[in-house]
Design a protein around this ligand. Structure first.
Ligand code: BGC
Length: 769
């Protein structure tokens, strides 16, 4: 392949070289450079140089491009025109590169920051920006250009294997948190790639699943977050998803990539495929997906052939090349940035440790069981306490130097874990690891999700431990990742886990002591059957490499948890409307190469988004259905009272001022949520929708802080498919200030005038499947 690349249009290059002697790319001569490029160079620039995944050795193309070992891909370098290779590396929980290199003693570990779901649970845009800034610094200092993150698909269903990378069931939370992340990363002069655009809501058959979704749900739910992120943070790139939407590959969809993304939202950056995604290179370019990653000779040939036979006009290829060059000139590789390969990993470890505490959600806390008081000896249960899970698997994993487990976190906080309990778990985990090693696949090991099964708690002496320890901490763990969806069994607790919660709690209660449950999970699990048994439940999510320390900081009260849930926790899985149309326990279907013709299996080949806009709390509210924990819920070690002014209108802008007072005994932060209920109008509407949120700074006991929540009239619009327009119905709107979607503390109303904004009719089905 390399030979072919070298010979491709060799004569043409020689000729071009003579004609453009000395011409080198600058910010202000992009058109001149394009004019000097051969067709082969243009096609080459649009197609990445192939895999140099993990080992730094590529498969023919791009040896000189593969500078950052473990980069997911690069663009092609064209030396004669001064165009360097741009290094694209994975995220979103940190920079994913290879940690060691052949013949090199140095290490290249990166910080594993909290997973996306934890970051969104902070509801704190300032904090997420700070995390992004630290992450982006590693991108810059390790010589990379673009971080393939953040990921912001909607949590349509709790079993999506990649929900841990994603933010929320609500597009406003997803969009605002993504925008903060992008701003933070890009403040380093490197790029981001918001992904996966769009409708990547299941991993089962992800390369060819056809998401069948109404235009209204597409625009209001699945695209809204991307729209917010594009408009508020100008990400350098966008990554399309693998799937089809309404019969068209997203990476070949003119509607999605040109009409919506560029014409309606004004996006100016580059769009790239997901890895090996898409089918026709020429159709990608035509649709507005200018970069095809990681690239193959086949896609390169397709583009050249399409230009030669006239099916892809040269102007369209030039437009793609222009956008790529506009990206290249912004990148550190182009600017010749002298990276150190030595980011400040110690400083970043403290950023991740602290930020993780802010996204943990305190779900239960009976009789102020937490923070722990006068605890010295602690018995630690659950395999995950020892085998801590820093984040999910697949491309969203990070090659970190270490993971602090909960037992070590508690030790670091001055507690003494019971040695006998430790020994019992270590023995069990060793046995389990042996079993897991025997089934670990040779290929795709990075997507492998198996973790030690839960130990039967009867293998440890509960009664003795309850006498000698001050408290029991029990961890329940879950992992998930790219390439497969979670199962019902993964959603529910296993018998061993149910027993562990019951028996440990009973043993400690019998001697007047408490039992605390910690959830080290990447997605929602069943809680209603057991949550009232222990004294407290802390959802710690997966907080990255410092996870055990972060949890200890919260358990001891060094940090007061201020996270709230960015998704609803149902009583049972099937309460979600989308569970009627989701691949439940269909088995692992890994990404293959080019999709075969669809075989029309429901929820595998196609998925009907029958619930329309009724995703998450929009559904539970409409049904008035009981939930285990509502959207936006989370406790604190303190309490807050709210005093909200009535909504004020200033032209098209509506604001609500809220004074939050700390009415408890310890300092803390509070997330304030603003929901709006629309008057009855032409379209069917959710009972209420989140329109704004804010997090207070730390408020000392007895003190107050004011936050202002702002809503624009256009944020109140719904999409009318009949008229192809965003419409605000006129009438009385109710503005509700809440501590969660089901804990509304103040309401007021405002008259809102009618408003219409015309859009385009898009995303219509092209085939009946
Ligand atoms: C994932 C992307 C990732 C890419 C590059 C794909 O399999 O879906 O999220 O950025 O690989 O590693």
């Amino acid at each position: 392949m390399k030979k072919e690349l070298l010979t491709f249009g060799c004569a043409a290059i020689l000729l071009a070289a003579c004609q453009s002697d000395g011409l080198k790319l600058r910010e202000d001569n992009i058109d001149e450079v394009i004019a000097a490029m051969t067709l082969e160079e243009k096609a080459g620039l649009c197609v990445g140089v192939g895999y140099n995944w993990m080992d730094g050795k590529d498969n023919g193309w791009g040896e000189r491009e593969a500078r950052v070992v473990g980069a997911a891909g690069t663009t092609m370098a064209i030396d004669r025109l001064g165009i360097p290779a741009i290094q694209l590396c994975d995220g979103p929980a940190g920079l994913r590169i290879q940690p060691t290199r052949e013949g090199d003693d140095a290490t290249y570990y990166c910080t594993h920051f909290p997973i996306g779901t934890l970051l969104s649970s902070t509801w704190d845009q300032e904090l997420v920006e700070k995390v992004g800034k630290a992450m982006g610094n590693e991108v810059l200092e390790y010589g990379a250009d673009v971080l393939l993150a953040p990921a912001l698909n909607i949590h349509r269903n709790p079993l999506n294997g990649r929900n841990f990378e994603y933010y929320s069931e609500d597009p406003v939370v997803a969009g605002k948190i993504a925008a903060a992340y992008v701003k933070g990363v890009q403040s380093n002069g490197v790029g981001t790639s918001i992904k996966h655009f769009a409708f990547n809501n299941q991993e089962t058959n992800r390369l060819r699943n056809n998401a069948i979704v109404s235009e209204r749900a597409a625009r209001e739910i699945y695209l809204k977050g991307f729209e917010i992120a594009v408009k508020e943070s100008a990400p350098m790139t966008v990554m399309t998803s693998y799937n089809y939407v309404n019969d068209v590959y997203t990476s070949e969809s003119v509607d999605l990539l040109t009409t919506i993304l560029r014409d309606e939202w004004g996006y100016k950056g580059v769009v790239m495929t997901d890895w090996t995604g898409g089918y026709s290179g020429a159709k990608n370019i035509h649709a507005g997906n200018e970069m095809i990653q990681p690239g193959s000779k086949q896609k390169y040939d397709q583009i050249i052939a399409a230009v030669n036979d006239g099916s892809l006009p040269m102007e369209e290829l030039d437009r793609a090349v222009r956008r790529i060059l506009e990206m290249v000139v912004q990148c550190p590789s182009f600017k010749g940035y002298k990276y150190t390969n030595k980011p400040d990993l110690t400083a970043h470890a403290s950023v991740t440790r602290q930020s993780a505490t802010e996204g943990m959600v305190l779900l239960e806390n009976k009789a102020e069981a937490l923070p722990l008081k006068n605890v010295k000896n602690v018995a630690v249960y659950g395999v995950t306490s020892y085998n801590w899970i820093a984040g999910g698997t697949g491309s969203g994993d990070v090659n970190r130097a270490y993971t602090v487990n909960l037992m070590d976190g508690l030790k670091n906080a001055g507690m003494t874990p019971d040695e006998n309990v430790v020994k019992d778990y270590e023995k069990w985990i060793a046995e389990e690891n042996h079993r897991i090693d025997s089934i670990r696949p040779k290929e795709n090991a990075w997507m492998f999700n198996e973790i030690p099964g839960e130990m039967n708690v009867a293998r440890t002496d509960l009664a003795t431990a309850a006498k000698t320890n001050d408290v029991a901490i029990i961890t329940i763990g879950r992992t998930s990742g790219e390439g497969s969806d979670r199962t019902i069994e993964n959603f529910n607790l296993s018998d061993a886990e149910q027993n562990m919660v019951k028996k440990v709690t009973a043993a400690y209660h019998a001697v007047g002591k408490k039992a605390i449950v910690v959830l080290c999970i990447g997605g929602v699990i069943e809680t209603s059957s057991w949550k009232n048994i222990p004294d407290a439940v802390l959802c710690a999510w997966q907080g990255g490499q410092e996870g055990g320390n972060s949890v200890a900081d919260v358990l001891t009260g060094k940090a007061n948890p201020s996270g709230k849930l960015p998704m609803t926790w149902p009583v049972k899985y099937t309460d979600h409307k989308s569970s009627a149309n989701f691949p439940i326990n269909k088995g692992i279907i890994q990404a293959g190469s080019i999709p075969e013709p669809a075989t029309e299996v429901k929820d595998v080949d196609y998925t009907n988004y029958e619930e329309g806009i009724y995703v998450g709390y929009r559904w539970f509210d409409q049904q008035n259905m009981a939930v285990s924990y509502p959207f936006g819920y989370g406790l604190s070690y303190t309490t807050f009272t709210y005093a909200a002014d009535d909504v004020k209108a200033n032209g098209d802008v509506y604001t609500v001022d809220v004074t939050v007072t700390n009415s408890g005994k310890v300092a803390g932060k509070e997330v304030v949520e603003l929901y709006v209920s629309a008057p009855k109008g032409k379209l069917d509407k959710p009972v209420q929708e989140l329109k704004a949120f804010a997090k207070t700074p730390v408020i000392e006991p007895g003190k107050s802080a004011k936050v202002t929540l702002t809503v624009n009239a256009s944020d109140l619009a719904s999409y009318n498919e009949e008229t192809s327009s965003w419409e605000v119905d006129p009438g009385t709107y109710t503005f509700k200030v809440g501590a969660s979607s089901r804990d509304i503390r103040a309401t007021s109303t405002a008259e809102v005038a009618a408003k219409t904004e015309k859009a385009h009719k898009v995303l219509q089905r092209v085939a009946t499947k």
